[in-house]
Design a protein around this ligand. Structure first.
Ligand SMILES: Nc1nc2c(c(=O)[nH]1)N[C@H]1C(S)=C(S)[C@@H](COP(=O)(O)O)O[C@H]1N2
Ligand SMILES: [Mo]
Length: 458
């Protein structure tokens, strides 16, 4: 798979044919350069001609002549001493992998520390998000908290809910039996800008408030039992963060009793990153990101939802009848084709592996269909294992592009039988003035030049 402009030159012999999405709004210039064959972008007129006429043979000829050099002559890396072990005690990506980064959307106002960075889905593989590329959403910036000074308290809004309120140190928590589980986290506002038909250019900005990790921690249920919680009386818990945002969210006790809610300290085999809540965060599988309270300092038991600012003023859905819907926490089934996707460019007709991600807050993904004609005809995609509950699932579908305009879509179905809606169906139920919980089918338009862009199909 072709992943950047330089890569076209270096890897053309692999017959990879997708140019990577421009990572910012300089894309048009790069594309113009591809077409005019400017030599600082692409070597020689041959490939430029190939791109212009969409012919594969010229590109193949170019790659063969390049291939001779790198395959027949000894390269510096085979004739010199390599770097020693532990030259980088904490390993970093290759210096050539310098464009796949978290980015802030140019379509959003940047409010100092209260902001969002998006995960670069368009160039990622499999289902796990490397921790350094995990999206970020902070309401008051992130902190790097000294774990020896971090405390986690469990109490009740009245003594009837809990017999032994406790304060734990990180050392205390890490002595409990732990579990590790893979789950996605999606901000309820992911894909939010598309409600108003504002088409942001790339999948990073349409769907990048999404990540997936293996989390390690203690089921909250275990800790509540340790404190003598009365599960007959307590109906809800309130989770509270230690940062300056006063982030508090109500979580129904049934979710906690299922054992799925974790008080987590581990992410992808190491401690959480500071941006993701180090040293402790709540993991609430299937539920929108805001409930995954970071820098978790307290869980309080009660018998009524608290209606705090982040559940009474924010994170509510404005319905067509003018009413606000509250506590819509579950992330319904959703999917998106990550490549080819907006901003990328198909360099040639022929075979493509269309790939993407599907997920559901209600369980496992059962099936994903893919359309190449804007939803008229559908074929079933291949689900790539493992297919886990409340976790990202990778899908792939083979496609032979005939060089004609096409509209690529994916449609997920989860194990409850829920089918991802079209924009028409979503707007019928929800109107068009929402911010949160947009799980409509995403469409990518491919034109004859090979350019891929974001369009909405009802
Ligand atoms: N304490 C605290 N927890 C928080 C937030 C925050 O600002 N403060 N942001 C929430 C929101 S809105 C989301 S979407 C997720 C984002 O998690 P991430 O930054 O690890 O991706 O954290 C949630 N937990
Ligand atoms: Mo969020």
């Amino acid at each position: 798979m072709q992943r950047d402009v330089e890569g076209i030159r270096d890897c053309a012999a692999d017959r990879a044919r997708i140019r990577k999405a421009p990572e910012n709004f300089l894309g048009a210039e790069e594309i113009a350069a591809v077409r005019s064959g400017r030599r600082d972008f692409l070597r020689g007129a041959l490939l430029a001609a190939a791109a212009a006429v969409g012919g594969g043979r010229a590109a193949a000829a170019e790659s063969a002549s390049q291939g001779e050099d790198v395959i027949l002559k000894p390269q510096p890396w085979s004739t010199s001493l390599g770097q020693p072990v532990a030259a980088t005690p904490y390993g970093m990506p290759s210096k050539y992998e310098n464009t796949l980064l978290r980015r802030q959307s140019p379509g959003l106002t940047q409010v100092a520390a209260a902001s969002v960075s998006f995960m670069p889905l368009q160039g990622m593989f499999g289902i796990i998000t490397p921790s350094g590329l995990h999206f970020e959403r902070h309401h008051q910036g992130w902190q790097d908290i000294d774990p020896s000074r971090h405390r986690f308290m469990i109490n009740g809004s009245s003594p009837e809910f809990i017999r032994k309120p406790k304060v734990y140190t990180m050392d205390d928590l890490m002595r409990f039996p732990s579990v590790s589980r893979m789950h996605f986290i999606e901000c309820g506002a992911n894909t939010g800008m598309e409600w108003g038909n504002v088409a942001v250019p790339t999948v990073q900005y349409t769907h990048g408030m999404l990540s997936c990790s293996e989390y390690t921690g203690v089921p909250l249920r275990t800790l509540l039992e340790d404190c003598g919680a009365d599960f007959k009386k307590a109906k809800f818990v309130l989770a509270e963060g230690a940062d300056g945002s006063s982030m508090t969210r109500t979580i129904p006790i049934e979710l906690v009793l299922s054992g799925e809610v974790l008080v987590a300290y581990g992410q992808n085999g190491e401690m959480l990153r500071p941006e993701n809540g180090y040293p402790l965060r709540l993991v609430v599988p299937g539920v929108q990101g805001v409930s995954w309270v970071k820098w978790l300092r307290r869980v309080k038991l009660g018998d009524m939802p608290w209606a705090t600012k982040d559940e009474a003023v924010h994170y509510i859905d404005l319905m067509p009848d003018g009413q606000h819907r509250q506590y819509t926490s579950i992330q319904e089934a959703k999917s998106v084709i990550t490549s080819p996707s907006g901003g990328q460019m198909l360099l040639d007709k022929g075979f493509y592996n269309v790939t993407g991600l599907a997920w559901s807050g209600r369980g496992k993904i059962k099936r994903v269909d893919v359309s190449f004609d804007g939803g008229v005809n559908w074929v079933e995609a291949n689900l790539q294992g493992p297919v886990l509950s409340k976790c990202l699932t990778r899908f792939n579908a083979p496609w032979n592009w005939d060089g004609k305009p096409a509209i690529l879509q994916s449609r997920a179905m989860d194990e409850t039988g829920f089918v991802q809606p079209t924009y028409g169906q979503l707007r019928e139920a929800r109107g068009r003035r929402s911010i949160y919980h947009n799980n409509a089918i995403q469409s990518w338009k491919v034109v004859e030049s090979g350019d891929v862009s974001n369009v909405q199909v009802l």
